[in-house]
Ligand binder design. Structure first.
Ligand code: NAG
Ligand code: NAG
Ligand code: NAG
Ligand code: NAG
Length: 378
């Protein structure tokens, strides 16, 4: 199972990943490479030599004040809390995750890591679920502000990948979640696209970090890999930011069948075509001690303004979204009000990511269909 971990969410990339199956597996895959603290990180986890079939690593792992800024190619990221996390996203505007999975870079909510900084209005709502075994953050975004093409259904980025070198190739993740100071997390996964995201990190001391941060179910999407109210449960609203304790989710892919037996789902080979049914529905588990915070308090270091070139999703003056919640609008006032967003709201992320339509089984499958339709244009 570990020898083949495609990192694309949907069938969109079937040609690429089919070819990728023949890739040489790295002798020491990324999940087994230990750089305990950020100062232990090498210049690049994967130097240019020896060369691999996929690559080379396009960014770097030693990141500092010199590398910080919107041209940063830093591939070392952090996930320390609801107010302090990064997402992997493309280095160039208007890019699909499928096209950039090996090259994505860190975009962070805080300065000081040598990375790019997110723009105001990128994160529109999020929930952090904490257990001893993992932390999982899911939420809704304006993906164009992270240089992801408008309408892209996205995919999975993780510490596995086609050749064990990760997506991005050489990506490192650090966190204070499971330790008194920042420490490497080897098993992590991110799903991003369709104006939704999930980032999940697994405790190195968990009895099953490879199960909770499974890398092999990329094609069935967020709901199955990151079940939350954002991805299967519903009941969230834009502008809401919360942290909760949670019971452990089921090991990703494990479910109970009609006879009560535990089963383990494996993705069919891509050569068998699109996935049209999955034998179970993802479900959320109980959470408690939820604390809510306004985004204006959480995200004080974001860049102002209209940064992106996409024009597809300005958020500043789209009063409709701001007026519902107050908090979301607070942090947006400064920047992008100039962008005439009167009509663009309709085409904006809120139409898809924010609707009452969590990406449950049914919509994951329609996303596959959508991705196939897109593939026709490639
Ligand atoms: C900052 O990071 C860059 C890129 O990794 C590296 O070349 C440079 O030596 C670093 N500078 C310091 C002062 O650590
Ligand atoms: C926490 O950090 C210590 C070193 O300070 C390390 O030995 C230990 O493995 C870390 N534990 C986890 C769960 O990261
Ligand atoms: C860990 O998860 C995997 C699925 O990824 C499963 O096969 C295995 O039995 C689990 N191990 C434990 C100890 O629960
Ligand atoms: C993004 O790229 C697509 C396809 O390459 C193109 O059709 C579209 O106009 C681009 N959008 C922007 C905002 O540049």
């Amino acid at each position: 199972m570990a020898s083949y971990a495609p990192s694309v969410l949907f069938a969109l990339l079937s040609a690429t990943t089919a070819a990728a199956q023949g890739l040489t597996w790295a002798p020491t895959p990324l999940v087994d490479q230990h750089y305990p603290t950020p100062s232990d990180a090498p210049p690049k986890v994967w130097p240019d030599t020896p060369a691999y079939e996929r690559g080379p690593q396009t960014g770097y792992n030693q990141c500092n004040s010199t590398t910080e800024g919107q041209d940063s190619l830093c591939q070392t990221m952090y996930f320390n809390g609801l107010d302090d996390f990064c997402l992997w996203a493309p280095p160039q505007p208007n890019t699909t995750i499928a096209d950039a999975e090996g090259e994505v870079v860190a975009w962070c909510t805080k300065k000081g890591y040598g990375t790019r900084i997110m723009t105001e209005g990128t994160i529109k709502g999020a929930q952090l679920l904490k257990s001893n075994d993992y932390w999982m953050l899911t939420g809704i975004i304006d993906q164009t502000k992270l240089y992801i093409q408008d309408g892209d259904y996205g995919g999975e980025l993780d510490s596995g990948s086609q050749d064990g070198r990760g997506n991005p190739i050489g990506g490192l993740v650090y966190s204070t979640a499971f330790n008194t100071s920042v420490y490497q997390v080897n098993w992590w996964t991110e799903f991003i696209g369709n104006n939704q995201f999930c980032i999940k990190i697994c405790n190195p001391d968990s009895p099953n970090q490879s199960g909770y941060c499974q890398h092999t179910l990329d094609r069935i999407g967020l709901g199955y890999n990151c079940p939350s109210k954002y991805t299967v449960g519903g009941g969230y609203q834009e502008g809401e930011f919360e942290v909760c304790d949670t019971q452990n989710m089921a090991i990703v892919g494990e479910y109970t069948d009609a006879s009560g037996a535990t089963q383990s789902y494996a993705q069919p080979a891509e050569s068998l075509g699109p996935i049209t049914t999955v034998p179970y529905q993802p479900t959320t588990v109980a959470s408690s001690n939820c604390q809510q915070t306004a985004s204006s308090v959480l995200f004080s270091q974001l860049l102002a303004g209209s940064g992106t070139t996409s024009g597809a999703a300005p958020t500043g003056s789209a009063g409709a979204s701001g007026s519902q919640t107050g908090t979301a609008s607070g942090s947006k006032v400064t920047g992008s009000t100039a962008s005439g967003s009167k009509s663009s709201t309709g085409a904006s992320p809120s139409a898809t990511g924010n609707g009452a339509s969590p990406l449950a089984a049914g919509s994951a499958i329609s996303a596959v269909v959508g991705a196939l339709a897109l593939a026709a244009f490639l």
